[in-house]
Design a protein around this ligand. Structure first.
Ligand code: FPP
Length: 257
């Protein structure tokens, strides 16, 4: 059992059983999550969609805490896509208000627990106040080492690739013949981060929805029918246990060592 999980999981619970199954030496370094189903969660309870997002913020807190405790180094969360601007204005402003509340409440938790916040996406397209708050927390936490939370906001995978190509074309120091996959990765928003080992999607949809398109080339995918507000410690531990049963071959015929 992980030291950081002791006392955190109820004795005799399903979570504790799952945590005992985990191999401490094979925890995925980077887990990416497509948080989906807030609206349907609310609808199934006859609540306004916003209540689904509010409940979803609690799941964000729980996913961050559990991930840090099991030793994941990077947790990427798809919070707002470039396509999400198509939603009603009221829903968008509520989502950003929830995000601002989350940052205000959680920045202390991030600092105390050595967690770093990093935003990926087209930050310049975000509302000014939200951007300022994000940058404040990014700066406050920039030297933190335990885990990075990559919050995808105004994010699109194709836009990220296109932005990388534009940066390359504008990079005067780059020689035209040295563009390897590794060198290309350094122009992405996720520069310096390992690719996701595990991609989780909630609400039972079998899509990648323009998330980390370049980076998930060899990610293992785990899909749960649970809506995001119902995604808690148990579901994350289930995903990790399942991940550890997979054989990752990266195109080879043998498992990678
Ligand atoms: C998907 O549910 C969820 C989102 C578009 C946004 C995720 C936002 C949160 C979890 C709340 C605040 C965020 C943070 C980082 C604190 P959906 O609305 O697409 O659900 P549906 O598919 O059932 O309609």
């Amino acid at each position: 059992m992980f030291k950081d999980l002791e006392g955190f999981l109820a004795p005799g619970s399903e979570e504790e059983r799952l945590a005992r199954e985990l191999d401490l030496t094979r925890i995925p370094r980077h887990v990416a999550i497509i948080m989906d189903g807030n609206g349907r969660w609310a609808k199934s309870r006859n609540l306004p969609r916003i209540e689904g997002h509010r409940a979803g913020s609690k799941s964000v807190h729980e996913a961050v805490e559990t991930s840090a405790r099991v030793g994941i180094k990077v947790l990427s969360l798809y919070a707002f896509s470039k396509e999400n601007w198509k939603r009603p204005k009221g829903e968008i402003s509520t989502l950003f208000r929830l995000l601002a509340d989350y940052l205000k409440k959680e920045s202390k938790v991030l600092i105390e627990n050595d967690l770093r916040l990093r935003v990926i996406g087209q930050k310049e397209g975000l509302p000014t106040l939200v951007r300022r708050e994000l940058e404040r927390v990014e700066t406050l936490t920039r030297n933190n080492q335990r885990m990075q939370i990559c919050l995808a906001l105004n994010y699109g995978g194709r836009a990220e690739i296109l932005d990388a190509v534009k940066k390359i074309l504008n990079d005067k120091n780059r020689k035209s013949d040295d563009l390897s996959e590794e060198a290309f990765s350094r122009y992405l928003y996720t520069a310096g981060l390992p690719d996701p080992d595990l991609l989780i999607r909630t609400s039972g949809e079998f899509r990648v929805s323009n998330f980390l398109l370049w980076q998930i080339a060899y990610s293992e995918i785990w899909i749960t029918p649970d809506y995001w507000p119902d995604f808690g410690r148990k579901q994350l531990l289930q995903a990790l246990v399942d991940y550890q049963k997979r054989e990752r071959r990266f195109g080879d015929i043998h498992a990678a060592t």
